[in-house]
Design a binder for this molecule. Structure first.
Ligand code: IMP
Length: 202
């Protein structure tokens, strides 16, 4: 029987991305397929702490190895904010949040608008034990107005070194360079080991 892995996310896009990466060797189970598990509070000060809090809680509750992620946007001119608070930076929707960011950065020159998306992934086995943590970053800067219609969150205002915003990339292009894509790639060998041998995802 294939090893099963719970990916503790409610985000269908992230689930698709992980399933695409691991291929057939691991059965990736989503939260929706299990009886409801109370959502742990993301009280950590770092992405890694929050990912570990979630992975431990979901592994213990489900009896499955659990993978959890935490991610956000760190803006240098704001001392790293919104960081772990990216999802709660402003009331309302994604647009309200990136508009608030543009307002906070108004008057800040291009060379001071550097920023990075960061992601931590954590894998925990059901019996507990050491957590495996991998991180990914994607460097860029905050633009002056939104561009592009793909992606989510702060993508329309996150300008990559080539000049496009993250929201102007296809999902495949984004997965190849994004903070989450990088962290997933680093996590693959651990998932491969969990599957007990042959390559995961080819
Ligand atoms: P979470 O890790 O899914 O909780 O994401 C936290 C928040 O960070 C999201 O709600 C977004 O606002 C932001 N974020 C994380 N990853 C991305 C991304 O790839 N693009 C745009 N925004 C992101």
């Amino acid at each position: 029987m294939k090893p099963r892995l719970l990916f503790a996310t409610g985000n269908a896009g992230k689930l698709r991305e992980l399933r695409g990466l691991v291929g057939d060797a691991v059965e990736v189970v989503s939260l929706e397929e299990l009886p409801p598990i109370p959502e742990p509070e993301e009280s950590g000060a770092t992405f890694a702490e929050n990912a570990e809090l979630k992975a431990r809680a979901y592994a213990a509750a489900s009896g499955l190895p659990a993978l959890a992620d935490d991610s956000g946007l760190c803006v240098d001119a704001l001392g790293g904010r919104p960081g772990v608070h990216s999802a709660r930076y402003a009331e309302g929707d994604d647009k309200a949040r990136y508009q608030k960011l543009l307002a906070e950065l108004s008057g800040v020159p291009d060379d001071k608008r550097t920023a990075a998306f960061a992601c931590a992934l954590c894998l925990v086995r059901p019996g507990g034990g050491p957590a495996i943590i991998e991180v990914g970053r994607c460097e860029g800067r905050i633009g002056h107005e939104p561009r592009g219609s793909h992606g989510f969150g702060y993508d329309p205002v996150f300008v990559l070194p080539g000049g496009k915003t993250m929201a102007e990339l296809t999902s495949e292009e984004k997965a190849a360079i994004s903070h989450r894509g990088v962290a997933f790639q680093k996590m693959l060998p651990h998932l491969r080991a969990m599957a007990g041998g042959p390559p995961v995802g080819g």
